[in-house]
Write a new protein. Sequence first.
Length: 347
Amino acid sequence: MSQISIRHNWTVEQVQQLFALPMNDLLFQAQTIHRQVFDPNQVQISRLLSIKTGACPEDCKYCPQSARYNTGLEKERLMEVERVLEEASKAKDAGASRFCMGAAWRNPHERDMPYILQMIKGVKGLGMETCMTLGMLDADQASQLADAGLDYYNHNLDTSPEFYNDIITTRSYQDRLDTLQHVRDSGMKVCSGGIVGLGEQPKDRAGLLVALANLEKHPDSVPINMLVKVEGTPLADTDDLDPLEFVRTIAVARIMMPASRVRLSAGREGMTDELQAMCFFAGANSIFYGCKLLTTANPGESEDHRLFERLGLSASQGDPVAFDKVLQQNAQLESATSSQFYDAAAN
């Protein structure tokens, strides 16, 4: 068994070398690492619900919820707490272990925080893990969410720092990093990933993963999204990404962030079963369940059940491995290896 390395000093050049490996070599390396940390036949299941839809002031070029684009999306106010809890209960019955709630905001308004906190406490009361994505947070807001029991906060970096301004201009990359720091400081777990197929260069996919892996601590969950092109957004006519390049992105993410959940997120509706199977082999071990992700289509639960049966996969409950356990495994491996050899320098 090779030693797992938890690193925070990756360079773009090193990551580009991983991307350039022959596919068989890359997948073998990713699967080997994956098996040392996770059960390779278990997939964590989350359900994502839009609790406030549309009218977002940001200009993210991929997003149908931006008020700047005419996508035909019907705007909705913040969902009632009771309705959110009903949806969470249905998700639990369908096999989801984590319930994620998303609101199309630049940042939460103070008038909405009491309702947000009630949602968290209510979902926790169902025995589920909780996650939210509400835009940018300040330190006080992060503390309020943590005190209410929120387990995860999602805030994606989206793409590389170099390509970021081609996609978003209404908030900076540092704004995103600051929110992630507030989340981590509050004691919550970080869910952060990005989107591929935005028209970025291969170097930008490497740069995104470097930005994530070189954080002070790797994100606990890393959602990798394939762009879902929506008519009316500036990226509606973007060229499709080679599906095998998406698989490579999953595999490299697994190698760089061994103990993180790597999630297949947006874009699964357009993926074949064979492509998804390759992604699971490459190290993906989390998905979003349900026929809709915020406002875009997603495979139905029955389709995912059939795929899991064909692949011999099952739903896992919660996160089985922590970073300290991986480091402990490394120390044990080093000790076992060193004891096999005579140290001439000791005499």
